[in-house]
Write a protein that binds this ligand. Structure first.
Ligand code: ZN
Ligand code: ZN
Length: 342
């Protein structure tokens, strides 16, 4: 019975009971919870704005205001929940707990009217201080395959990144591209290691400002269209940041290109040299396979549904949860309409 109310829909919405959907839109669910701002979690946000109450963390709301438009901050159906507070709506108690994936990202727990608990991990990192407890869990499966177990720690990755950037800065500019959140984490690391000016688009500068307001130690980033930035661009020793969708790093005239991504990276060496001027560093804000299993254990879930929508390893992960943890598990079904009226 429970499973028909907890699943991932064909458009990526994670249904937690009949009233709440995370990171997607379902016509019959009056409440949407937005776990974080990454594009694969933003489907049908416009429909939600028109028809649902949308709950999120305070940083996520500020990042969305930068990303979408300021109008969002005046809408009465877009509600930011302070960390540590729960929210009662439609007979459910909703709890958002940080997931360590990026600024503002959360796990989502819903206590239904009968007292049973259903939850969605959101994208998460491991280890985590505070893991949500639940009966049924929908879990992100991005690195849910045993061949995605990394043989290096993220602190080793951090050291290698700093080392690479400092070395390459001596030869000219360094261009760094990453997903939002990963980029700012790298920036915080590099901020302490180099005095080189940091340059980005105006939009990215505003985004970094939000991170700074929420406690990231990052010096102000220069707007690429400003006088100062233009001066440094001719000097040749600077860091230039790119968000996803902000241009291609290949074919740059000068300097070094560094992509921060653990996607398809080697599991044994975090730095991949793509050419003498281009590198990929396996920096990620996702738990790896082992971390994913430890997370699932910590939730105490009795039934686990692996997210089969977001390009991960849902089938592998469900198999591993059953065989290695002895917990009932299945990949999500992705059938439209399966959740309602059954
Ligand atoms: Zn994400
Ligand atoms: Zn994701």
């Amino acid at each position: 019975m429970m499973q028909s109310l907890v699943d991932v829909s064909a458009n990526g919405g994670i249904a937690l009971g009949g009233k709440v959907v995370c990171d997607g839109f379902l016509a019959n669910a009056p409440v949407r919870v937005q776990t974080h701002i990454h594009a694969d979690h933003m489907s049908d946000f416009e429909s939600s704005k028109g028809f649902q109450t949308i709950l999120m963390s305070e940083p996520t709301k500020e990042l969305l205001v930068v990303e979408l438009d300021a109008e969002l901050s005046y809408r009465s159906n877009v509600i930011a929940i302070p960390t540590g507070q729960s929210y009662e709506i439609e007979g459910c108690r909703i709890e958002l707990v940080p997931s360590g994936h990026m600024l503002g990202s959360t796990q989502v727990g819903v206590t239904l009217h009968d007292g049973s608990r259903v939850a969605y991990s959101g994208d998460f990192n491991w280890p985590l201080n505070n893991v949500i407890r639940t009966d049924v869990l929908v879990v992100d499966s991005t690195y849910g395959s045993p061949d995605r177990a990394r043989q290096y720690s993220q602190s080793e990755v951090n050291d290698r990144l700093i080392d690479l950037v400092l070395r390459r800065l001596r030869q000219g500019p360094v261009h760094i591209k990453a997903h939002r959140g990963t980029l700012e984490r790298a920036l915080e690391l590099l901020d302490g290691a180099t005095q080189a000016p940091i340059i980005a688009t105006r939009k990215l500068c505003k985004e970094v400002d939000v991170y700074r307001r929420f406690g990231y130690q990052i010096r102000p980033v220069l707007d690429i269209d400003s006088e100062d930035a233009r001066h440094f661009l001719t000097e040749g020793q600077y860091l230039r940041l790119y968000g996803i969708g902000e241009g291609d790093l290949f074919g740059l005239d000068e300097g070094t290109a560094i992509n921060l991504s653990a996607f398809m990276a080697s599991t044994t060496d975090p730095v991949l040299e793509l050419s003498p001027k281009a590198f990929r560093v396996a920096m990620t804000c996702h738990a790896d396979f082992e971390g994913t299993l430890r997370y699932i254990e910590a939730t105490r879930a009795q039934l686990v549904i692996t997210d089969n929508y977001r390009g991960g390893h849902a089938v592998d992960l469900a198999n591993a949860v059953r065989s290695q943890l002895g917990i009932d598990a299945a990949p999500s079904q992705l059938q439209p309409g399966r959740y309602w009226g059954e």
